[in-house]
Design a protein around this ligand. Structure first.
Ligand code: MD3
Ligand code: FE
Length: 203
C-alpha cells in the first residue's frame, strides 16, 4: 500500500484518514487566528492557492521575495502554534518513511478551490535540504504533478486523495512538482475544497 514513487518519495495512501476530522477541526482553529490569504509572488502574480501557516516559522511571499518569517505579516503577531495532532501525524508518517527524528518548524496550509492550481516549482527556501517534507492531503482529490530535477523533465501524474500522506526526501527533495487545476466536487470532511498541509524543517 505504501508506494515509493521515486527515490526518497514515499506515498502513504490513506495514512491520515482516521485523524482527518480532528486535523480539519485543528486547521479551522489556525485559520481563525491567521486567516487564509492569497500571497503575491515576487513577479507580481497573485497566487491562486490560499495560504496560511502555523508553527515557529511561516512561508510568505511578496514583492521582495520568498522567505520564512516568524511573524504573520497580516497581523504582526507570531503564527499560531502547530496543533499537537498536526505534529503527531507528521512525525508518525516521517518515522514510517524512515525519518525517525523529523522536527518540523513550519506548517504551510494550502487551500484549493475548484480551478486552483500550483504550477511546477521546487521547494528550496529551507536551509536544511537533508530534512524531508511531509504533506497531508484532506478533502477533494487532486492530481499531483511530479517532475524531475529540471523544469523541462516530463511530469508524472499521481492522484492525491483524502488522508494521503507523502514524505519527500533524499533525491526527491528538489524535484519539480505542482498541482493540476482542482476539479469541482464535494467531500464530507471539507465541503467544496482541498486542504494540504506541508511540514518542513526550515533551518
Ligand atoms: C515534492 N504543495 O506547498 S504537496 C508546496 O498539494 C506544495 O499543496 C502541494 O507543493 C500541495 O510547496 C504539493 C506535496 C509536495 C510538497 C513538497 C514537495 C511534494 C513535494 C517538495 C519536494 C518534492
Ligand atoms: Fe512545493
Amino acid at each position: 500500500w505504501d508506494e515509493v514513487i521515486a527515490p526518497g518519495a514515499v506515498l502513504l495512501r490513506r495514512h491520515a484518514c482516521a485523524q482527518a476530522d480532528v486535523l480539519v477541526a485543528a486547521a479551522r482553529v489556525v485559520v481563525a487566528a491567521a486567516p487564509l490569504r492569497h500571497l503575491v509572488t515576487p513577479g507580481g502574480q497573485t497566487m491562486s492557492v490560499a495560504m496560511t501557516n502555523c508553527g515557529e516559522w511561516g512561508w510568505v511571499s511578496d514583492r521582495r521575495g520568498y522567505r520564512y518569517d516568524p511573524v504573520d505579516p497580516a497581523s504582526g503577531r507570531p503564527w499560531p502554534p502547530m496543533p499537537g495532532i498536526f505534529l503527531d501525524v507528521a512525525r508518525g508518517a516521517a518515522l514510517r518513511a524512515g525519518y525517525p527524528d523529523f522536527a518540523p518548524q513550519a506548517c504551510l496550509m494550502n487551500l484549493y478551490r475548484p480551478g486552483t492550481r500550483l504550477t511546477l516549482h521546487q521547494d528550496r527556501d529551507e536551509l536544511d535540504l537533508a530534512a524531508p517534507i511531509v504533506s497531508i492531503s484532506l478533502g477533494l482529490p487532486a492530481i499531483f504533478l511530479f517532475g524531475g530535477l529540471q523544469r523541462s523533465d516530463r511530469a508524472r501524474r499521481f492522484p492525491l486523495q483524502h488522508g494521503d500522506v507523502a514524505v519527500w526526501g533524499g533525491p526527491s527533495r528538489l524535484a519539480f512538482h505542482g498541482i493540476a487545476p482542482l476539479a469541482a466536487g464535494h467531500h464530507p470532511a471539507t465541503g467544496a475544497v482541498r486542504l494540504n498541509l506541508t511540514f518542513r524543517k526550515t533551518r
